[in-house]
Ligand binder design. Structure first.
Ligand code: NAD
Length: 474
């Protein structure tokens, strides 16, 4: 059994001060496959001190030097994508197509940040002033388990592009991925202290970073409850905060849609990342006129095409839940759906036949109304709720009647879909299954978060404008 003993502080792999050993599981079997030694608040103090020492030199680095760093980080990560994919498969259980995408995304995020920085004016004239965009300072980067390596790399990439230094607190449940990333990034040869990695629990290490007076900004991806705790805890030092939180995203199917053409996209939007995706389209809105036809087709498509099982089998589309806790959470919501009076269209409680581990049955509820908890709360598993609407206006009202606003999906006639998209309260609307754009802003409205990541908007979240008056013209 593997024991991951080292964290990364001041350019060196070191043993944490903390002693607790935390079990790592293979979610496809439930077996313990390793342990990670967790850090504590003392480790955070050492990491923040290293990041603070490295900051003045990092902040002075030119755009060209930062671009070189991003290229080196990209090359280092690229050289380890196979290893990273294996860690994701073993420790998280995402189906192999998703695991491969996740590993590529982690490496690719350094290129996206480099492209953004290359095109971004770090200085500009505004009237008689010269405005210089300066790094915000030492940043705390906190990631969730559902895409740990990707979020580490993406957040770090934009922090470095801005000239910040960083303390990273990965998900404690993703230590194998973190270990690969840590080793890969070290090969990029960045100056000591520019980034530091401290494994640990949220309540210890995460909270210590959030409260630390020398940390200027937190970029957090995770649950809405923890996001709110971070805002409260960072108020004393008035930290800048970027939060990417949960969602309960609507998928609107227009009444003219060709169901055969759109159902694969509806399933993909709902069950991506085995349903453990903040952007999953889990509230499926269909016209009441075509409800019966849609339900029948969705049920048969899921039963015929969605394959739950071994993440290494290329035919698998839904892997296990990450943990026993997450498995139980999904089971609770499936039970709740029945208790609330929704009709089970497919799936249900328990494991799919022949599977152990943390596998759940892809589940769809019909006859759901938007007041039910299964329509309002994020389940974070492959569980969809079908709701019906009378007309376009009704569809928009139901879609927007949620405390979240991270993503939305519209399928059907292009012009009508664009018209609906314009009326949705959502950080992002995906029309007819369009692909992800890494340079476009990513984040949510309402309780889905604060601020945006990626591209120019993401870069600016790590920068502070400084106005120079009376400076000679450039
Ligand atoms: P979580 O909020 O429990 O944990 C996220 C991270 O925060 C972990 O590293 C955890 O250790 C840390 N943390 C926990 N308590 C903390 C505290 N008090 N202070 C500081 N850090 C703390 O979330 P999770 O269970 O790891 O991930 C699932 C959640 O994340 C879901 O709700 C999902 O919607 C959300 N999510 C959002 C996005 C997005 O981009 N919007 C992406 C992925 C996941």
């Amino acid at each position: 059994m593997r024991v991951i003993e080292q964290i990364y502080i001041d350019g060196k792999f070191v043993e944490p001060h903390g002693h607790e050993l935390f079990d790592l599981h293979n979610p496809a079997t439930g077996e313990v496959i390793g342990q990670v030694r967790l850090g504590d608040a003392e480790d955070v103090n050492a990491a923040v001190a290293a990041a603070k020492r490295a900051l003045p030199a990092m902040a002075r680095r030119s755009k060209a030097e930062r671009l070189k760093m991003l290229e080196a980080l990209h090359a280092a990560m690229r050289a380890h994508v196979d290893e990273l994919r294996e860690a994701v498969l073993e420790e998280y259980g995402a189906p192999i197509s998703r695991s491969s995408w996740m590993a590529d995304y982690a490496a690719g995020s350094f290129l996206s940040a480099a492209q953004t920085l290359a095109e971004y004016p770090l200085e500009r004239e505004i009237g008689s002033a010269r405005v210089v965009m300066e790094p915000v300072g030492v940043v705390g980067l906190i990631t969730p388990w559902n895409s740990n390596a990707g979020f580490i790399c993406n957040k770090l990439a934009y922090a470095i592009a801005a000239g910040c230094t960083a303390v990273i607190k990965p998900s404690e449940m993703s230590a194998m991925q973190t270990e690969v990333v840590q080793r890969a990034l070290h090969e990029a040869g960045l100056p000591a202290g520019v980034y530091n990695v401290v494994n640990g629990r949220g309540a210890d290490v995460g909270a210590a970073i959030t409260a630390h007076p020398d940390v200027a900004k937190i970029s957090f991806t995770g649950s809405t409850a923890v996001g709110k705790a971070i805002v409260r805890a960072s108020a004393d030092s008035l930290k800048r905060v970027t939060l990417e939180l949960g969602g309960k995203s609507p998928t609107i199917i227009l009444d003219d849609a060709d169901f055969d053409a759109v159902i694969p996209g509806v399933i993909e939007a709902g069950f991506m990342n085995s349903g453990q995706a903040c952007v999953a389209g889990t509230r499926v809105l269909v016209s009441e006129r075509r409800r019966a036809e849609f339900e029948a087709r969705l049920k048969s498509a899921i039963e015929a095409r969605v394959k739950v099982g071994d993440p290494r089998d290329p035919a698998t589309t839904v892997g296990p839940m990450v943990s026993q806790t997450q498995w139980e959470r999904v089971q609770r919501y499936i039970r709740l759906g029945r208790e609330e009076g929704a009709r089970l269209l497919t799936g249900g409680e328990g494991r799919p036949e022949g599977l152990g581990g943390y596998f759940v049955r892809p589940t769809v509820f019909a006859d759901v109304n938007n007041d039910m908890r299964i329509a309002r709360e994020e389940i974070f598993g492959p569980v969809l709720a079908i709701l019906t609407y009378r007309d376009e206006d009704d569809a928009v009202v139901i879609a927007n009647d949620t405390s979240y606003g991270l993503s939305a999906y519209v399928f059907g006639d292009q012009a009508r879909a664009e018209r609906i998209a314009a009326r949705l309260d959502s950080g992002r609307v995906v029309i007819n299954g369009a692909a992800h754009e890494p340079l476009a802003p990513f984040g949510g409205t309402k309780q889905s978060g604060l601020g945006r990541e990626n591209g120019t908007f993401g870069l600016e979240a790590y920068l502070e404008p400084k106005t120079l008056l009376g400076a000679s013209a450039a």
